[in-house]
Design a protein around this ligand. Structure first.
Ligand SMILES: [Zn+2]
Length: 179
């Protein structure tokens, strides 16, 4: 299921950004002429059309600006991820608003204004996707909870657990030696 999801398309001007994600770094473009920060990476500055651009590394600290919880009616490729939270977050130091996903947090615990930090989810050999998790550890899903959830899902997918087979009882007997 995972491998069928679309991967980001590499462009010469986004290559550096994706390369950094593999090293756990979130890069933001900076215009050396008009000094604005730019996201998503572009060929020229959207303000002054300069090509004199450089990269700065973001601290990855952000605040949730707004969010929505996807419960159903998504592309089949993403059905396995449900429910999940799509959010717009504001990078605190760079003045950048990013569309992303909130992860490691129950959807009901996500709130506007919540402090979040970047985490990277590997999707291919070339890139990882920047997503955000709560800074506050008590809001994060504990690893044991997650393992429990994954276990339940895989058992449901299998339909029957191995244990179920062991509890089948049968008797031979009756009038015609029926099973
Ligand atoms: Zn500029």
């Amino acid at each position: 299921m995972e491998t069928h999801k679309p991967f980001p398309v590499m462009q010469p001007w986004t290559k550096e950004f994706w390369k950094a994600t593999k090293q756990g770094k979130l890069l933001v473009q900076h215009c050396n002429d008009c000094q604005i920060n730019i996201f998503f990476p572009k060929k020229v500055c959207p303000e002054c059309w300069s090509e004199n651009l450089s990269w700065i590394e973001s601290s990855g600290k952000a605040k949730v600006y707004t969010f929505t919880t996807m419960l159903d009616m998504v592309e089949p490729k993403f059905m396995g991820d449900l429910p999940y939270v799509i959010a717009m977050v504001d990078l605190l130091e760079e003045g950048i608003r990013m569309t992303t996903r909130i992860v490691n947090c129950k959807p009901e615990n996500v709130a506007i204004g919540m402090h979040v930090e970047v985490v990277f989810q590997d999707v291919s050999e070339d890139c990882a996707l920047p997503m955000f998790q709560p800074v506050e550890e008590s809001l994060r899903i504990k690893t044991t909870d997650q393992e429990e959830t994954e276990k339940t899902v895989s058992e449901t997918e299998m339909g029957l657990r191995l244990d179920d087979y062991q509890t089948i009882l049968y008797e031979i007997g009756g009038k015609n030696n029926a099973v």
